[in-house]
Design a protein around this ligand. Structure first.
Ligand code: ZN
Length: 52
């Protein structure tokens, strides 16, 4: 769990913003966790695509 997950789960970040934040933080995060966050975002982006 990192700042991105926290903000994203509170819906304070869109998947797009979270992805940008992830790009900036990727070097500070555990690679395994980066993969988890990417999965989370991919799921959210799929759901978001249904609305638009
Ligand atoms: Zn996290």
């Amino acid at each position: 769990m990192c700042m991105i997950c926290v903000e994203f789960q509170k819906s304070r970040m869109t998947p797009f913003e979270a992805r940008r934040a992830l790009g900036e933080m990727v070097e500070d995060l555990d690679p395994e966790h980066v993969a988890e966050v990417e999965e989370l975002l991919a799921e959210a982006e799929e759901k978001e695509g249904d609305d638009e």
